[in-house]
Design a protein around this ligand. Structure first.
Ligand SMILES: Cc1cc2nc3c(=O)[nH]c(=O)nc-3n(C[C@H](O)[C@H](O)[C@H](O)COP(=O)(O)OP(=O)(O)OC[C@H]3O[C@@H](n4cnc5c(N)ncnc54)[C@H](O)[C@@H]3O)c2cc1C
Length: 313
């Protein structure tokens, strides 16, 4: 029996990469089981079973899980949790919505944004925008509910053989107070911000919503995802699902381009695990240059097009 149960994030057919990162996060506890709650979901189970480090996949095929509503999933997960010491979610919007409900149903402590699993009761996580790392323990509780900081872990790769998939049924009562009405999602052809290998982000220095096209153009040339600082989002230059940072998305791309971003600590906390940080800023004293691997001082409107062409070559 595994110590940890990882809750799979998926869209009904594809397993989100954050699940594979969560699996790596709890790897110190040994092979983990993965729960796939879906209507159908056989493809997702096969993808989860293929990952190295999986004990078994628990497949809960339930009509109520079709739209992945946290209110519908939480009681099912609380029932599955009975035989596990650790229940782990990715620290994505999905996990952040779901984990507290599960913790409340189990009446246990939740530890958020875990960046190191020491054992089943001791975990490390950042506070104060990543300036302090604290150790939290869950002594006094028989279980720990965690969100795992996806950006801190590499995604688990496929193993040599697939783990078994076990069909499980749950008897948990699904509350009727939350019902699916419709889904309105930003449609984008660009790579997902949280799993893109390269990300191009713009800040307040870009200047306007119209001028933000320079960010999209560079990203499209490079096949990159698009991000933004909070100041750019607040100014209405771009949608808020692009926000990177403490109150936005925590990301760990191989290469991160920061254009017209000053480098406030709340922004840096969202990119500190990026492989290479490239900054363009006209102020040579901007704090972003303290963390950048490659810094270019100058006007982003002059540099970005040239950079795009050079990198495309
Ligand atoms: C509780 C809290 C949470 C927060 N969470 C977040 C968060 O999640 N993410 C986040 O980003 N911020 C967050 N912030 C806000 C953060 O403190 C900064 O205000 C914000 O990151 C600044 O955004 P910016 O760098 O785009 O803007 P600015 O600080 O205004 O910087 C703009 C930069 O653009 C440069 N520039 C201007 N024109 C050009 C040009 N033509 N070419 C090149 N460079 C140019 C300037 O030199 C400047 O450095 C948070 C703040 C608080 C208090």
């Amino acid at each position: 029996m595994s110590t940890a149960l990882v809750i799979a994030e998926h869209d009904g057919t594809e397993l989100n990469q954050a699940t594979a990162r969560t699996l790596t996060g709890v790897a110190p506890l040994g092979a983990a089981d993965i729960a796939v709650l879906a209507k159908g979901g056989a493809d997702v189970c096969a993808q989860a079973a293929a990952l190295a480090g999986v004990g078994k996949v628990l497949h809960v095929d339930n009509e109520a899980s079709e739209h992945q509503l946290a209110a519908a999933l939480a009681p099912q997960i609380a029932e599955l949790a009975a035989s596990y010491a650790v229940i782990a979610f990715p620290s994505t919007t999905f996990g952040k919505d779901l984990a507290p409900r599960v913790a409340a149903l189990l009446d246990v402590h939740q530890v958020s944004d875990v960046m190191d699993v020491i054992d089943a009761k001791n975990f490390q996580r950042p506070i104060y925008a990543g300036n302090v790392i604290v150790k939290e323990n869950t002594d006094g509780y028989d279980k720990a509910v965690l969100t795992i900081r996806s950006a801190s872990f590499q995604a688990a790769v496929n193993g040599d053989s697939a783990a078994p998939v076990e069909a499980v049924s749950v008897s948990a009562e699904i509350p009727g107070h939350t019902r699916f009405k419709s889904l309105k999602a930003q449609k984008s052809e660009r790579p997902d911000l949280q799993s893109a290998a390269w990300v191009v982000s713009g800040g307040r220095g870009v200047g306007s919503k119209e001028k933000f096209s320079i960010i999209y153009t560079l990203a499209d040339k490079l096949g990159a995802g698009c991000g933004a600082s909070r100041a750019a989002v607040d100014a209405g230059y771009c949608p808020n699902d692009m926000q990177v940072g403490q109150t936005g998305k925590i990301i760990a791309p191989d290469v991160y381009f920061a254009l017209g971003i000053s480098g406030a600590i709340q922004h840096i906390t969202g990119i500190k695990d990026a492989g290479t940080i490239v900054a363009i800023n006209k102020d040579s004293e901007a704090p972003i240059f303290e963390v950048a691997d490659i810094g270019m001082v100058g006007d982003l409107f002059e540099i970005a097009p040239k950079l795009g062409e050079a990198l495309q070559k």
